[in-house]
Design a protein around this ligand. Structure first.
Ligand SMILES: Nc1ncnc2c1ncn2[C@@H]1O[C@H](COP(=O)(O)OP(=O)(O)OP(=O)(O)O)[C@@H](O)[C@H]1O
Ligand SMILES: [Mg+2]
Length: 147
């Protein structure tokens, strides 16, 4: 298991609240970084990335789930926001062909990886993780950020 040095717990009660936390996260986790987004289907991983896009000066309206394309990239003012969804990736060795390691090496990129925890090599390489889980109420989400 990865050893993290710092952790922070956050709570949100709406989709807008999750976007606002995404804006905050973009400041807490500056590029270059590879961040694994953990949490069940529909927990708000993509919503969080939408907030991060806004904070980085990218068009948040463009942020959609890279479910089929695996990778989307958004141009921020200084940072490239790279958003991956590995839910449908089958083989660990395919990470190389989609260019994940080059993205992780780029000095100007914040790489957000949904379902990165499916692959040991991604967890190994991760600089941070954000775990989103269901709160007590329908729209409530609990975030555990570790880095
Ligand atoms: N507090 C909340 N934060 C984020 N989304 C919420 C919240 N409450 C309800 N929702 C709803 O949950 C859904 C979150 O969808 P989103 O695509 O962000 O999830 P995801 O974790 O990326 O899912 P997937 O694993 O399928 O990619 C949206 O439909 C949104 O309206
Ligand atoms: Mg998603």
């Amino acid at each position: 298991m990865k050893q993290w040095n710092r952790e922070r717990r956050l709570r949100t009660r709406s989709e807008q609240g999750t976007m606002a936390l995404g804006e905050m996260l973009a400041e807490m986790l500056p590029a270059p970084m590879l961040v694994v987004l953990r949490g069940e289907l529909g927990m708000g991983k993509t919503t969080l990335v939408r907030g991060m896009a806004a904070a980085l000066g990218a068009d948040m309206g463009e942020v959609t789930s890279p479910t089929f394309t695996l990778v989307h990239e958004y141009a921020g003012r200084r940072t490239r926001l790279i958003h991956l969804d590995l839910y449908r990736l089958e083989e660990e060795r395919e990470l190389e062909s989609i260019g994940l390691w080059e993205m992780a090496d780029a000095t100007d990129a914040l790489v957000m990886v949904e379902w990165g925890d499916r692959f040991a090599s991604v967890m190994e390489r991760a600089d941070a993780e954000v775990q989103i889980s269901q709160g007590e109420n329908e729209n409530e989400r609990l975030l555990l950020v570790r880095w």
